[in-house]
Design a binder for this molecule. Structure first.
Ligand code: ZN
Length: 340
C-alpha cells in the first residue's frame, strides 16, 4: 500500500522555477545547469525504482517515497522506505552511470563516466547510518525491536559495478533495480515473525507521515540573486517578452499580441518556490506589476489558496508540495533546454 508517493522534490521544482523567472542571460548558467542535472537525474533514477517496486504485489507493505525525518536536531532523508509488521527496508537509490569502483579500505566509490573520474561518499556507509538514525527515530516514537534492512539500489542497468577487494558487504548491500524484488523476497523468507501488531503499524505510519519535513532550498541565497536577475511581471510564454499587461480579464503581450487569462498562475507558484511561502495583496501587485488592488484580489482568490489574516494583512499560503504542477514548462523554451 503506497502511503507516500513521490512528486518532484522542492530542489527540482525550485530550480525549474529559477529557469522560468531568471532573465534570459542568467538562465544558461553552468553551475545552475549542472546542479539541476544532478537533481533531475537522481529523481528520474528514483522513478525507475518506483516503477520496479510497483510491479511487486505489496499488500503487506506500507511504502513511503522521499521521507525526511528529524532526530536530535539532525535530518536524514530516505529515498524509499518499506514497512511491514515483520521488518523495515530502507532503499538508497543511485542513478549513477558508467563504471563504479568500490574501495572498502578507503570507504569510497569512484565513478568513471565518459573518461571523467568522480569520487562519491560510500553509499553503504550512508544506508548503514540511515539504519542507525531510523532506529533512534523509532525508539523516540516508542517503537522497539523491528529489524531494519537497507539496500543501495543502482537504477541504471548499464552501470558496471566493480568490487575489486571482494568485500562481502558490497554484494549483500548494493543491487541493481532489476534484483530488487528477489531481494525483498529474500527478506520475506528471513523474517517470518510479526514483531508489531496492526495497531502499532498504524501508529508508525502516522508518525512517519507526520514526522516528514520536506527540504526547501533557498536558491536565491545559494546563488546570491537579487531583483536585477529576475524578469519583472508576467512573461509571455509565446515570445518571451515581459511584462504582459492585465486588461479585460486576460493577460496580453504587447509584443506579439498573445493573450492568456491564466498567465499569472505559474509565476505566482514560482514566487512561493523562490521567494516566500506566503504572499500578500501588495506583494502580489509588485510581483505581477499590477496597479489594481481588486485585480490582485481576484487573481489570488481564483487560485484556491488557503489564507490567514484579514484585509491588507491577509496572507495567501503556498500549496502543498504534491500540489505543484509537475511539468517543466519554460516560456520561450528555445533558449534553455530543461529536458537535459
Ligand atoms: Zn508575446
Amino acid at each position: 500500500m503506497l502511503k507516500k508517493y513521490r512528486t518532484k522534490p522542492y530542489t527540482v521544482l525550485c530550480y525549474e522555477a529559477l529557469y522560468r523567472r531568471l532573465k534570459d542571460n542568467y538562465r544558461n548558467n553552468k553551475v545552475l545547469n549542472q546542479e539541476y542535472l544532478n537533481y533531475i537525474t537522481g529523481y528520474r533514477g528514483e522513478q525507475t525504482v518506483d516503477y520496479k517496486l510497483s510491479t511487486y504485489p505489496h499488500k503487506n507493505f506500507y511504502i513511503y517515497h522521499d521521507l525526511r525525518l528529524k532526530i536530535n536536531h539532525n535530518y536524514f532523508q530516505i529515498d524509499t522506505l518499506l514497512l511491514s509488521s515483520k521488518f523495515i527496508i530502507i532503499l538508497e537509490i543511485k542513478n549513477w552511470r558508467g563504471e563504479l569502483n568500490y574501495n572498502s579500505d578507503l570507504n569510497h566509490i569512484t565513478q568513471t563516466f565518459n573518461n571523467v573520474e568522480k569520487g562519491y561518499q560510500n553509499p553503504i556507509s550512508q544506508v548503514l547510518s540511515h539504519e542507525v538514525q531510523l532506529n533512534s527515530w523509532l525508539q523516540a516514537t516508542s517503537v522497539f525491536g523491528i529489524p531494519i534492512e537497507s539496500l543501495v539500489v543502482i537504477s541504471n542497468p548499464t552501470t558496471i559495478l566493480k568490487n575489486n577487494q571482494n568485500d562481502p558487504t558490497f554484494y549483500s548491500k548494493v543491487i541493481y533495480a532489476d534484483n530488487l524484488i528477489s531481494k525483498i523476497n529474500e527478506f520475506n523468507s528471513k523474517y517470518t515473525k510479526n514483531v508489531v501488531n496492526k495497531q502499532m503499524l498504524n501508529k508508525i505510519n502516522e508518525a512517519l507521515l507526520k514526522g516528514n519535513i520536506d527540504y526547501r532550498p533557498d536558491v536565491i541565497q545559494q546563488f546570491n540573486l537579487n531583483d536585477n536577475h529576475f524578469i519583472r511581471g508576467v512573461q509571455c510564454d509565446h515570445c518571451g517578452s515581459y511584462p504582459m499587461v492585465r486588461a479585460y480579464k486576460t493577460w496580453k503581450c504587447n509584443e506579439c499580441l498573445y493573450t492568456n487569462p491564466t498567465a499569472h498562475v505559474r509565476p505566482l507558484l514560482d514566487y512561493f518556490l523562490l521567494h516566500k511561502p506566503t504572499i500578500t495583496n501588495s506583494e502580489c501587485r509588485a510581483y505581477l506589476q499590477l496597479d489594481s488592488l481588486k485585480n490582485a484580489y481576484t487573481l489570488l482568490n481564483s487560485m484556491d489558496l488557503t489564507y490567514t489574516g484579514k484585509n491588507k494583512a491577509r496572507k495567501y499560503h503556498a500549496p502543498k508540495l504534491a500540489d505543484f504542477p509537475q511539468n517543466s514548462f519554460v516560456p520561450n523554451k528555445k533558449r534553455v533546454r530543461l529536458d537535459l
